[in-house]
Every structure is written in C-alpha cells, then in structure tokens.
Design a protein around this ligand. Structure first.
Ligand code: CP
Ligand code: NVA
Length: 321
C-alpha cells in the first residue's frame, strides 16, 4: 500500500496516545502517512502551523535525550511551544496528586507528554484532565518509539504488511509496544527472551489476537536464532531499563547469549535492517559490528522520532498540515 497518500481523517478519532493497543491499525497508518508528509515538508522548508498558539507540557520522571529533544523541536517546528517539566522540580514529585496536576495543566496547556514509571499514572492524567495525553515511555510501553520504527521500516522496505520483526532480549516496554504496533499492521513478530524475562502474558495475548485479526503471527520463544530466522528487522534493547539499575549485574548474567550479533544477521534475510531505540550498550545486547555496521538504521529511527511525534501532536492537539 502507498502510505504517502493515506490521508488522515480529521478530526482524528483518538484523543490520547496511552498505548498503541487503543489505536486501530487504520489510525496508526494515518499517523505514519502524516509523519512521512511532515518530514518531506520540513526538508523542503515549508512552513508548518498545526500547533500555532498551542503549548505542550512535557513531564519527565526519567532521563531522556531523544524524546525530550524531538518533542520540543517538533512542537516548535509546528508553530507551538513545549515546556520541560522534570518531576524533581514540579510539585508532582513532592506528592501533589496526579488528579490535581491534570486539572491544573488542563487549564493552561493544550496537551501533556509524560515519561514515567506506571502506566496507571497516564490513565489518571487522562481521566482527570481534559486535554490529550501522550505516552513518552512507561515501564509498560513506548508507543512513540514504535511509530518512528514503523515509519523507518516503511522508508527502508516500501511496505509494512508481510515483514517479519525479531526482537531479542528483555520482554520490556519496547518488546510490548513492538508486538502491539506490528501485530496491528500485519507484521510478524518473533520475540526471544530468557525464562523469567519474557513479555507480560497479557500484552502477548493482546498482540496474538491483533495478529490473528490482521493476518500475521506473534510468537515468543527462548532461542534467539529461531526468532531471527528470515527476519526483515532485527531489534534489541538494553538488558536493564531505567529504574532497574540495581538489577544490572543479575541481568547481565541472565541475558548472556541474548545478543544481536553477526550470527543473528546471518540467520536473518540478507537485506535485513538492525534497529535499536537507543541508548545502546555495545558489547551487551548488540555487538559494535552490527550496530555500527551496514544493516544498522539506528539514526534514521532516532530522526523519525521527530517526524512521527509531530504527526501525533498535529493529530491530537492541532489540525494536520
Ligand atoms: N529511545 C528513546 O526514547 O530515547 P531517550 O531515552 O533518549 O528519550
Ligand atoms: N527499555 C528502555 C527504553 C529506553 C528508551 C528503558 O525503559 O529504559
């Protein structure tokens, strides 16, 4: 299908982006199509005004490079403004209820992007506030990253449906969001994780059901090479996520053998791409040879955070331009 001409239907049918499970495959494609067009407009120097006069509040309870910069630059490129609010500075971090924070911010800004620990905090913001809430990463999900990854896959392969993505490593927020996003677009997903670190069975069940409805397959196994066989995309993420620093040594042992390396590349399709949300640990979840080698598209993914999130903001907070 030609994603370039897959027009977004306005007003957009979703208010929030809490998890991609809430969005239909059609809504995801509308967003990706707009992202491609916004990227093209930006490269050609065309003025964009979807967020003119609008403000995005960005709440961060965890560190960030890509998410912070891409949302802030993206809001500016769309004619709006973004406010960086660290929970170590705002009253939320000192115990002010999330319900009060949601209601106060709803009186002053036009949308909230939040990076935090619990998914239930996002749900509370959406429940008590009156403005769009965007998930900038929780312990459970990272939907904005997956939108950028799907956009990158389309740019590299010219298609989405029928591709196969292999995820090797921790069954974490990235694994969950990849399983959900890909399964809604007819992309096969094979996850390989050690026992004790497999994806949450509830989210796996969602993804399996999505895949059944969209003609693809989601599988979870223990053998990395089995997952990588004939894959179009090899994906991995850190073994210890933010908030798990204390488990780093235990995880280093548990994930031995769950590295994307040259053997995995040999098992995948010859023209496979390697993806990683970043930040990465070379020599742990991926070899330097792979992440810095010819299959790697990590910086295209990083750039596409900007364009994909501009599409999310335009659809949820503004008018698509
Ligand atoms: N991939 C990603 O979300 O990066 P940051 O942690 O730098 O935002
Ligand atoms: N799984 C990682 C992703 C970082 C973008 C984490 O949560 O730290």
């Amino acid at each position: 299908m030609d994603l370039w001409h897959y027009e977004a239907k306005l007003p957009f049918s979703q208010k929030h982006l809490l998890t991609l499970q809430d969005w239909s495959g059609d809504e995801i494609l509308q967003c990706l199509s707009l992202a491609l067009r916004l990227k093209d407009m930006q490269k050609r120097g065309e003025k964009q005004t979807a967020l003119a006069g609008k403000t995005l509040a960005m709440i961060f309870a965890k560190s960030s490079t890509r998410t912070r910069v891409s949302f802030e630059v993206g809001a500016t490129q769309l004619g709006g403004t973004a406010l960086f609010l660290s929970t170590s500075d705002i009253q939320l971090g000192r115990g002010e209820p999330i319900s009060d924070t949601a209601q106060v911010l709803s009186r002053m800004v036009d949308g909230i992007m939040i990076r935090t620990f619990k998914q239930s905090d996002l749900e509370a913001l959406a429940k008590y506030g009156s403005i769009p809430i965007i998930n900038g990463l929780t312990d459970e999900f990272h939907p904005c990253q997956v939108l950028a990854d799907l956009m990158t896959l389309y740019e590299k392969k010219g298609k989405l449906k029928g591709c196969k993505l292999a995820f090797v490593g921790d069954g974490n927020n990235m694994a969950h969001s990849l399983m959900i996003g890909c399964s809604k677009l007819g992309i096969d997903v094979a996850v390989a994780s050690p026992d004790g670190y497999k994806p949450n069975p509830t989210y796996t069940a969602w993804a399996v059901a999505n895949a059944a409805a969209h003609g693809s397959r989601v599988t979870v196994c223990t053998d990395p090479l089995e997952a990588c066989r004939d894959a179009d995309v090899l994906y991995t993420d850190v073994w210890a996520s933010m908030g798990q620093e204390g488990e780093a040594n235990v995880r280093l042992k548990a994930f031995e053998g769950y590295q994307i390396n040259e053997t995995c590349v040999d098992a995948a399709k010859p023209d496979c791409v390697f993806m990683h949300c970043l930040p990465a640990h070379r020599g742990e979840e991926v070899t330097a040879g792979v992440i810095d080698g010819p299959h790697s598209v990590i910086f295209d993914e990083a750039e596409n955070r900007l364009h994909a999130q501009k599409a999310v903001m335009a659809l949820l907070m503004g008018g698509a331009q």
